[in-house]
Design a binder for this molecule. Structure first.
Ligand code: 5GP
Length: 369
């Protein structure tokens, strides 16, 4: 018989963090945003647990460098060549950008080549400890994923390894035999079609609570990946005990994301001097890594056995990434002062989460400028 879990699984928009007295913080400047991560397989890193997604659009060198320079974490996508990554590392070292929190992404396909790429990076560009690897698969439930994870751990015993994605707590323990960080989230991404095309997925809030509890019980960490719409959602993820978050769409409209700014003109109903007023709007392209567009670009087409699980989008252009990164640090620090958390690690201890019917007042949203 099919099992139906009748408890409602919650998403970011279903909850808020309730402010409370008891804080000894007078200003958000007093909040310590950097946290020490003691990873399961022995490594230590320091930083604010905010990642860019390892997607072709936002997992690029420019974005990675900006996050690293601000003490955050960064991934670079798996389609860069070994020499491109090596050159990036040389440049970053020359500019004093710390690389301790840089994760290099590899996929499950052609794993021999992927491991060779990392080994070459080690010998040719001194990619030695501290080093970090992100093993990326839209679906980490397939049996070969665990075998590949075990192999990568064997080849790079001193690396911090992040693996995923998964969307249930039951697999966390198995993965943490080899991984340090489990990337949680299936179907939540803004360019994702998995829930539409397969009916599969788990809302982020309930998923984080479930996975954090299991992972933390054995010294593992989790990264909540996908579905961050506002900075408040990052705060919620951290309050729910996610150690890290990963962001795609929120960074995808920036100057630093891949691709040119696209200008579009729209004729309005307003008439001035006998002519319709033309409105100009600016966009950037954002596409899911399982979209038909990405399959055509990186995998030689869709193949006749699969369906596209990602969208190709034109999203509003949002300007410089710096402003968003400052909003993130500022928003998290402010969240800490609302609930009396002096450090990031303190957030989950201080937070009271309330379930809500209406998260935001959107009455003037269409008048935004
Ligand atoms: P966002 O921050 O845009 O909501 O979510 C980013 C995340 O969406 C990525 O880190 C990745 O886990 C997921 N993602 C990226 N591309 C695709 C795709 O084509 N299909 C699905 N199902 N998920 C995707």
């Amino acid at each position: 018989m099919t099992q139906i879990l009748s408890e409602t699984y919650l998403d970011y928009s279903d909850i808020l963090i309730r402010p409370k007295m008891g804080t000894n913080l007078n200003s958000r400047k007093e909040v310590i945003l950097e946290r020490t991560f003691k990873f399961k397989h022995g490594q230590i890193r320091n930083g604010l647990g905010v990642f860019n997604a390892n997607m072709a659009t936002v997992g690029n060198f420019v974005i990675a460098k900006k996050l690293l320079a601000r003490g955050m974490f960064a991934t670079i996508h798996k389609h860069y060549t070994m020499d491109e990554i090596g050159q990036f590392m040389l440049d970053a070292r020359g500019e004093n950008v710390p690389l301790d929190n840089l994760f290099i992404t590899i996929g499950l396909k052609n794993i021999d080549d992927e491991i060779k790429k990392l080994k070459d990076l080690e010998s040719k560009y001194q990619w030695t400890s501290p080093r970090n690897i992100c093993i990326d698969a839209p679906n980490f439930y397939i049996p070969k994923a665990l075998d590949i994870l075990a192999r990568v751990r064997h080849e790079f015993p001193d690396a911090v390894i992040m693996a995923g994605n998964i969307a249930s707590g039951d697999v966390c323990l198995k993965l943490l035999d080899y991984a340090d960080i489990i990337k949680c989230g299936i179907g939540s991404g803004s360019a994702c079609l998995t829930r539409k095309q397969t009916g599969c997925g788990t809302p982020m809030v309930s998923l984080i609570v479930e996975c954090a509890d299991i992972a933390h019980s054995v010294g593992g960490h989790i990264c909540a990946d996908g579905g961050i719409v506002d900075v408040g959602d990052i705060c919620k993820a951290l309050c729910l005990n996610s150690d890290m978050v990963m962001i795609g769409g929120m960074f995808a409209g920036t100057d630093e994301a891949a691709g040119e700014v696209i200008e579009k003109h729209y004729e309005t109903n307003e008439i001035v001097d006998g002519k319709h007023v033309i409105l100009t709007k600016y966009f950037k392209q954002y596409y899911g890594m399982s979209s038909e567009y990405a399959n055509n670009k990186f995998a030689g087409g869709m193949g006749n056995y699969k369906t596209s699980e990602g969208r190709e989008l034109l999203i509003p252009y949002t300007g410089s990434l710096d402003k968003i990164l400052q909003d993130i640090s500022g928003g998290i620090a402010s969240c800490c002062t609302y609930i009396g958390a002096t450090t990031i690690k303190h957030l989950s201890k201080c937070a009271t989460i309330i379930r809500v019917n209406n998260q935001l007042n959107k009455v003037f949203e269409k008048y935004s400028v």
